[in-house]
Design a protein around this ligand. Structure first.
Ligand code: ZN
Length: 97
């Protein structure tokens, strides 16, 4: 699936954080550049605060373009599938809107 120019512009404008939840499926193409990732141990409340648009996220990847870093908020230790899911967001991939 390819993004239209409009939806890509909306995605870039919103710069939505990526979150592990019950959302499955990835857009086929990378949407933004990859950023180096760091893991930040967080409570469920903090993860929810970082990803307010997702209901009950298990992890949240926040791209910080100014500082060129992607912060992954997860409960420690993260389950491997959650860690890899968030790393995929930091590598530039997103879910369909
Ligand atoms: Zn996700």
């Amino acid at each position: 699936m390819r993004l239209t120019a409009l939806s890509l512009a909306m995605l870039l404008a919103a710069d939505l954080p990526g979150c592990a939840s019950n959302v499955d499926g990835w857009l086929e193409d990378k949407q933004v550049d990859a950023l180096p990732a760091i893991f930040i141990p967080a409570t469920a409340e903090e993860i929810q605060r970082q990803c307010p648009r997702v209901n009950g996220p298990l992890g949240c990847a926040v791209r910080d373009w100014k500082n060129r870093i992607c912060r992954i908020y997860v409960e420690a230790p993260p389950k491997p599938w959650i860690a890899s899911h968030e790393l995929y967001h930091c590598a530039g991939f997103s879910h369909p809107l």
